[in-house]
Design a protein around this ligand. Structure first.
Ligand code: SF4
Length: 393
């Protein structure tokens, strides 16, 4: 088996100016970014020593450098606020569900294969920063153990390739992984979790072999899903829309999931603009995530009930097709959807759960406007279940 780690876009730190080219140049050092002064670089070195910086000239060209609060800048350029003590390295306890090197199995039908420890850019709010801080021991270049686990578990019908970003891998490597997954009969859906359509749409536009791979392996009855991460409508450039169109034309189904992040998309107008534009180009808004309590993320977090209000206000501005997203907390125990709130209560439901008995469980908690995470809700008022140990109740 090919276990080489073929990276599509190696870093080139020799660049000293930003070009508007169709072959983005990758940067891992702030002092190569013309929009950032030498003084600011020096100040931010304290941050980048802990939380690395990575971007490319295409994505940086989306920034309005005259606006210190520019949302794209906030997404990709470090700030000193990231040093505020808060959160955990593994906020959703992903370690708990690691069954083989690089393989997580939390929900019955779905397994995650962590195939890459690199992304097109490093989102400042990333919830998997541990991959970029530690030695990325969770990402296994040899996925044979993960594949064997999937083969032995016929209940796994969905496999999510994630990391890091799978599309940062060379197409040969990706093809090798997808071919092996397609050889497993019970794997119906292959999902690719990626922010490359936002960070580097040219990775898709300029690689016919990648599109051929989608065409060959996204079958009529066994689709490949691209789980894109557009976070702000300004990421939906002409090039990004072109990349999405090519992926769709090759037979992929495209969904979008994004966290709700302070200073980036915590505005109903902005979020509605994102939902609408996604629906115009045929991308289904799937999940909006509460910002996880990850180390370094205090500055990006919005309290749960404020996030929910923003989310609903955004949806209220949209057509039916644009308002399909669900607002969820990706908690250690499952995907917990926020269904609604009154003055006194907040309503939750397990959309997915590690414990099958929790799937569909409905919970009413006393409202807590200070809550940033599900664990901050301590006053359970009422609950109802649709499943028990022996099935439906
Ligand atoms: S693309 Fe995903 S894994 Fe990569 S830095 Fe952003 S949030 Fe983290």
């Amino acid at each position: 088996m090919n276990t080489t780690y073929d990276i599509q876009n190696p870093i080139d730190d020799t660049v000293s100016s930003i070009n508007d080219t169709a072959n983005p140049i990758y940067l891992s050092s702030l002092d190569t970014v013309p929009g950032i002064s030498a003084e600011e670089c020096a100040r931010l070195s304290e941050v980048t020593e802990i939380f690395a910086f990575r971007a490319n000239d295409y994505y940086l060209s989306l920034i309005d450098w005259n606006d210190p609060a520019d949302p794209i800048r906030r997404l990709i350029v470090p700030t000193l606020e990231e040093l505020t003590p808060w959160g955990h390295l593994d906020p959703s306890s992903e370690h708990r569900y690691t069954r083989a090197p690089g393989l997580q199995h939390k929900y019955r039908e779905t397994a995650l294969l962590l195939v890459s420890d690199l992304c097109g850019g490093l989102c400042r709010y990333c919830f998997r920063k541990r991959l970029f801080i530690e030695d990325a021991r969770e990402v296994n270049k040899d996925i044979s153990g993960g594949l064997a686990y999937i083969r032995d578990h016929p209940e796994i019908s969905n496999v999510l390739l994630t990391g890091g970003d799978p599309l940062i891998l060379g197409t040969d490597r990706l093809l090798d992984i997808i071919r092996q997954l397609r050889d497993i009969d019970h794997v119906e859906i292959i999902r690719i979790g990626t922010k490359m359509p936002a960070y580097d749409p040219f990775r898709i536009i300029n690689d016919p072999a990648l599109l051929d791979m989608i065409r060959d392996y996204s079958l009529d009855e066994k689709r490949i899903y691209i789980m894109a991460q557009f976070t702000h409508p300004r990421e939906l450039t002409d090039a990004a829309c072109r990349a999405v169109a090519l992926l769709k034309d090759a037979g992929a189904v495209i969904m979008n999931q994004t966290p709700l992040i302070r200073g980036i998309n915590d505005d109903p107008e902005v979020l509605a603009g994102l939902f609408e534009k996604l629906s115009f180009i045929g991308v289904n808004p799937y999940y909006v995530f509460q910002c996880r309590p990850t180390i370094g993320n205090r500055t990006f977090a919005v309290p749960v009930e404020e996030s929910y209000r923003i989310f609903e206000q955004a949806r209220s501005r949209c057509s039916g097709l644009a308002k399909q997203a669900r607002f969820v907390l990706s908690h250690a125990t499952g995907k917990i959807e926020v269904l609604g709130k009154t003055d006194n209560h907040t309503y939750f439901k397990y959309n997915q759960a590690a414990n099958p008995e929790d799937i569909g469980r409905f919970m009413v908690y006393k409202s807590n406007p200070e809550a940033y995470w599900f664990d901050d809700y301590t006053d359970l008022v009422d609950e109802g279940r649709v499943r028990g140990p022996d099935g439906l109740v």
